[in-house]
Write a protein that binds this ligand. Structure first.
Ligand code: FES
Length: 108
């Protein structure tokens, strides 16, 4: 189920851009996080754990890693703190915990 976007909210959106989610084109707006664009287009699930449990937007500030997806070929990208760009490719991800490569500050 897609969460969609709220119409008539009175806020001005950024320029419309096209991104690709799981191989299909989707609309997004500059200034919008990848997580927001994916949830508006595809629903709330952003990744699945190795046990196939759905995970989605939780902290919204880059701490919990529940929103990680593969963005422009880079796995473990925190989509709540990554902003859309024209032509960006995004894919759902299964498994994989945060790694040092995705966030060296975590150190594991
Ligand atoms: S929602 Fe927690 S890191 Fe993105």
């Amino acid at each position: 189920m897609s969460a969609g976007r709220v119409p008539g909210h009175g806020l001005e959106r950024g320029r419309r851009v096209e991104i690709v989610i799981d191989g299909r084109p989707a609309e997004a707006y500059e200034g919008e996080s990848v997580a927001a664009a994916v949830m508006a287009d595809r629903g709330l699930g952003l990744r699945r754990t190795e046990n196939k449990d759905a995970r989605g937007y939780y902290c919204g500030m880059g701490v919990c890693f529940d929103c990680v997806m593969v963005v422009d070929g880079v796995p473990q990208t925190r989509t709540c703190v990554t902003f859309v760009r024209e032509g960006m490719t995004v894919a759902h991800q299964e498994g994989a915990e945060p790694t040092a490569a995705s966030d060296p500050a975590r150190g594991h």
